[in-house]
Design a protein around this ligand. Structure first.
Ligand SMILES: Cc1cc2nc3c(=O)[nH]c(=O)nc-3n(C[C@H](O)[C@H](O)[C@H](O)COP(=O)(O)O)c2cc1C
Length: 205
């Protein structure tokens, strides 16, 4: 079992999302091989200019310049190494109701037709990550996951659930770590509740 941990918090110390993720990882069966990917030091290909034009050329089977072809080769390698894992752990802070831009960059890199999904002219989409499992550990200062009125502003876990579903991930669990700001006892309770849920999921991984 190979698990990829996408770590989206740039905080070197005291990351709430990473702390819960580490509790999850510590409770996994010892046979699990874990790859830690720090999204803030990962060298991700840029998506811009000619290579985006080249994407449409490649989709239509047209030739592209060698440098564009090489850039798409680099994208394909990132997508392939992502799919080489059986399961995913995404630990992330909420940033402005969504996810940090480095995590969005990763999603944009790997979510390519023919790499992580297939679609046909009739609009049918098939995710290529079928059979895989994911856990989202979503930290936020505000108490998301408890109040439907507030949850309509959640473009963090809801977005990641939609994305993972789109690429075909079969089983998706989310653990909200919130609130991470406010009264000390409330934050401690949120950390304990989230860690317990994460550990329970790990035992069944
Ligand atoms: C740039 C930035 C934007 C943030 N935006 C939100 C937000 O929209 N909603 C929220 O509840 N918390 C927001 N926060 C707070 C973080 O989500 C919160 O501190 C979280 O616990 C950070 O997770 P980490 O410690 O794993 O990095 C923001 C923090 C930063 C640095």
């Amino acid at each position: 079992m190979r698990l990829l941990h996408l770590d989206a918090s740039p905080r070197a110390n005291r990351s709430r999302s990473r702390e819960v993720a580490q509790r999850f990882l510590a409770a996994l069966p010892s046979s699990t091989s874990v790859t830690h990917a720090d999204l803030w030091s990962m060298n991700l290909p840029t998506l811009e200019g000619d290579m985006i034009e080249g994407r449409y050329d490649l989709l239509h089977g047209n030739p592209v310049p060698e440098d564009v072809s090489n850039q798409w080769g680099a994208i394909s390698a990132v997508a392939q190494s992502f799919l080489d894992h059986d399961s995913f752990l995404i630990s992330t802070p909420m940033w402005n109701f969504g996810i940090p831009y480095r995590l969005k960059h990763f999603v944009d890199v790997v979510t390519q037709p023919g790499m992580t999904f297939r679609n046909d002219a009739a609009g049918n989409v098939e995710g290529l990550a079928a059979g895989k499992r994911a856990l989202i550990v979503a930290a936020s200062a505000m108490p998301f996951g408890q109040d439907a009125g507030l949850d309509i502003l959640d473009f963090q876990s809801k977005y990641l659930e939609a994305w993972l579903g789109f690429i075909g991930v079969t089983q998706i669990d989310t653990v909200n770590v919130s609130p991470t700001f406010g009264a000390e006892d409330e934050v401690a309770k949120a950390m304990d509740t989230a860690s317990e849920k994460a550990v329970t999921l790990a035992r069944d991984w």
